[in-house]
Every structure is written in structure tokens, then in C-alpha cells.
Design a binder for this molecule. Structure first.
Ligand SMILES: NC(=O)c1ccc[n+]([C@@H]2O[C@H](COP(=O)([O-])OP(=O)(O)OC[C@H]3O[C@@H](n4cnc5c(N)ncnc54)[C@H](O)[C@@H]3O)[C@@H](O)[C@H]2O)c1
Length: 357
């Protein structure tokens, strides 16, 4: 079984294997008992049979799918349900789902009785290549994305890429946006790999998916090991997210995270181009790959003022300044708070008018 070691305040492993063959062994090996399983309705409908692989389930909570349910009501409802089922400090939380389930389950695990064991089994490309590793969790509140949350590392992460066969085309593209991000800001050879294999990626070739997920998680864990609490280099993973979160919030979360990030990466790269960091050729390579995967790069009914407002309120705000991650070439990016609001707003006005590229 392939694995990646993540060295943070708590060391843990990411296992790559098949739920049917290996999961129960690991659960036994780690002494996990009294499982409280959190999943969502779509996964439950598709994979109810797989649930028999979890022996000793103490409770099962099924979230209604969607970002709109990543909120305090869901969290408090889970606490209530756990109390009614006599969950205690020996209970372990298992998340089986995408980023929404994982973020909620991780938060519950970190807060219920001051912290329970947590196992993350990601089932979307987004969760497998990104959100399941690094320890960030949380929920949206009062229109702010991920504004309440903690850092809390799991016992282990179990990645079974067979889950990817059933995700929707839109959710597949959402995950691809994060995968492209890793190559573009951190590893030019990985970006070249994505570019060279784009046809197979579109066809969901199993080997290519396995490679992409593994390489993305390797990059993410290397970065998280250097800066677990997001005070330095980890911030480069926010490439595309500063504006992306602004777009998501301004759309009242009707635009999906990955779609907003793809557009955010292009706008932030355009800013980098205007700052004479990124070359036109490199910007064009990003644009071409995003277009190849048919990710939306513009949205209707966008308003630059509401995007700016959301960004200014975003938790990544640094005093009165906003941090931007600007790629300087493929495979490398800088963190800066030197962009003026006017510069950003000018670019957003052009983007809202669909006139940026
Ligand atoms: N904590 C982090 O570090 C981090 C990083 C990136 C993103 N996120 C968060 O992740 C969330 C987005 O995650 P997501 O894209 O996985 O969204 P999601 O969890 O909403 O899942 C997308 C959809 O796919 C369905 N689904 C899940 N697994 C499936 C499967 N195997 N087959 C068929 N359908 C399946 C879900 O029911 C849902 O409808 C956002 O809230 C974002 O903020 C967190």
C-alpha cells in the first residue's frame, strides 16, 4: 500500500488503497472503535453497501449535500445527535465524503469533548487532492467562507481513487482546478505532466488520476510540514483563492469552490502579468489548460464591488491589506500585500465586463 508521511504537530499517514481490501485492517490496527460516521446523502445513496466495512458503528449522520449546509446548524445538529447516542471521548469520527463533509467532520472531531480521533476518507477529487490533508476544517458563517474553524490533524487519511468514477463532471473539474494550482505555483514538471496528459485526464484514466492525486498530496503535505499553521509558505496554496473566495461569497455560494478558484487563478495570474512577473506565454498556458477542461472563466451577474467587499472581509486580510499570491513563473509564486485596491478593482471591472482575455 502506497503511503505519504505527514510530519506536523501530530505525525500521520496518507494511505492509498482500496476501501474493501484495506480499510478495516487499518481501523483495527489503529484501535478505532465506536465509530461515528459522517457522510452526505449522495454518498450514502451510492455507497451504502460499503458501509458494512465499518464494524461497530455507533452513529451515522447524513448531511444534506452542498456548501449551503456547511454551517453552524449542521454542526450543532451533529453535536445533538452525538449526545443522544452517548458519544464520548472514546468515539472516533470518520468522514466519508467530499470537502464539505470533511470540513464539518474535522471541526466536530476537534471540538466535541475537546477532541476525538478523526479519520478522513475523501470521496471527491477536490477532497482527495487537497482538502483531506493539512488539518484545516470549519464552516461558513454570516456569509464568510470558512470563517470558523480549527487546525486539527487526523489519525490517518485513506485515499481510494475508485470513488472518483462516480463524481459529476462539474465536481471532477473542481478538483482539477486545485491540481492545476499545485503545478502552476510549485512544480513546473507536474504542470507539464498535466498538460501532456490532458486527454487522459479528461477520460478519467485511472493511472493518471492516481498519479495526479498522489503528486498533489505530496506537494500539499511537503508544504504543510514546513508551515502547518499557515503563517508563511502555506499561504501560496491560496493562489486563486483570494479572488476565488470573493467570487464564491459574492455569488452567495452558488458558484462552486473549484470553479471560483479556476477563475481566481486566471485573474490573479493576470495581475501578475500586469506586474511584469509572469510572462504572457506562461499566462496563456494556464488559460489554455483551463479552457481545455472547459472550466468557466467568467460568470454572469458578477459585481466587482461585492467581490472586493467579500475579499476585504475575508480572513486572509492582513490589517488593511489583502495578501495575493502571484505566480512569477510556472512552478514558483510570491506572496505580496503590495497591490493597491485600485489595481485589483480595475482588473475586476474588466473581468466582470468579460474583457480580460
Ligand atoms: N479544509 C481544506 O483545506 C479545504 C481545501 C479545499 C477545499 N475545501 C472545502 O471543500 C469544499 C468543496 O469540496 P468538494 O468539491 O469535495 O465539494 P462537496 O463536498 O460539496 O462534494 C461535491 C458533490 O459531490 C458529491 N459526492 C461526493 N463524493 C462523491 C462520489 N464519490 N460520487 C458521487 N458524488 C459524490 C457530494 O454529495 C456533493 O454533491 C468547500 O467547502 C471548500 O471550502 C477545504
Amino acid at each position: 500500500m502506497e503511503e505519504i508521511n505527514v510530519h506536523t504537530s501530530k505525525n500521520y499517514k496518507i494511505f492509498f488503497s482500496n476501501v474493501r481490501d484495506k480499510l478495516q485492517n487499518l481501523i483495527d490496527e489503529y484501535g478505532i472503535k465506536d465509530i461515528y460516521l459522517i457522510t452526505d446523502k449522495n454518498i450514502y445513496n451510492l455507497y451504502a453497501n460499503e458501509f458494512s466495512y465499518f464494524k461497530g458503528i455507533k452513529g451515522l449522520y447524513i448531511i444534506n449535500p452542498g456548501e449551503e449546509n456547511k454551517n453552524k446548524d449542521t454542526v450543532f445538529d451533529i453535536y445533538n445527535d452525538m449526545l443522544s447516542k452517548d458519544c464520548n471521548r472514546k468515539t472516533s469520527i470518520v468522514s466519508l465524503g467530499g470537502g464539505v463533509v470533511g470540513d464539518i467532520a474535522g471541526f466536530v472531531a476537534s471540538t466535541f469533548m475537546r477532541g476525538l480521533k478523526f479519520i478522513n476518507i475523501p470521496t471527491t477529487l477536490m477532497a482527495q487532492c487537497d482538502s483531506s490533508v493539512g488539518g484545516k476544517n470549519g464552516f461558513d458563517f454570516n456569509g464568510y467562507k470558512n470563517i470558523i474553524g480549527t487546525f486539527y490533524q487526523p489519525e490517518f487519511v485513506f485515499v481510494d481513487t475508485n470513488f472518483i468514477h462516480t463524481i459529476s463532471c462539474q465536481d471532477y473539474k473542481n478538483g482539477l482546478a486545485e491540481i492545476i494550482k499545485y503545478g502552476f505555483i510549485y512544480d513546473d514538471t507536474f504542470f507539464d505532466y498535466i498538460d501532456a496528459n490532458k486527454e487522459q485526464i479528461k477520460k478519467r484514466n485511472e493511472d493518471v488520476i492516481n498519479t495526479m492525486v498522489y503528486r498533489s498530496l505530496k506537494i500539499k503535505s511537503d508544504i504543510v510540514c514546513m508551515d502547518e499553521h499557515d503563517n508563511g509558505i502555506r499561504q501560496i496554496l491560496n493562489f486563486g483563492h483570494t479572488i476565488g473566495h470573493g467570487i464564491e461569497s459574492a455569488s452567495n455560494f452558488s458558484i462552486k469552490h473549484g470553479e471560483a478558484v479556476a477563475a481566481g487563478m486566471l485573474i490573479e495570474s493576470y495581475l501578475s502579468l500586469k506586474c511584469s512577473l509572469l510572462s504572457t506565454h506562461e499566462f496563456k498556458r494556464l488559460l489554455d489548460i483551463i479552457n481545455y477542461f472547459e472550466m468557466p472563466t467568467y460568470f454572469d451577474d458578477m459585481n466587482e464591488k461585492s467581490i472586493m467587499k467579500s475579499m476585504l472581509k475575508d480572513k486572509k486580510r492582513n490589517d488593511s491589506k489583502i495578501n495575493f499570491i502571484l505566480p512569477e513563473r510556472i512552478g514558483s509564486a510570491i506572496i505580496t500585500d503590495k497591490l493597491s485596491q485600485n489595481t485589483v478593482e480595475d482588473i475586476l471591472i474588466k473581468w466582470v465586463g468579460k474583457k480580460l482575455w
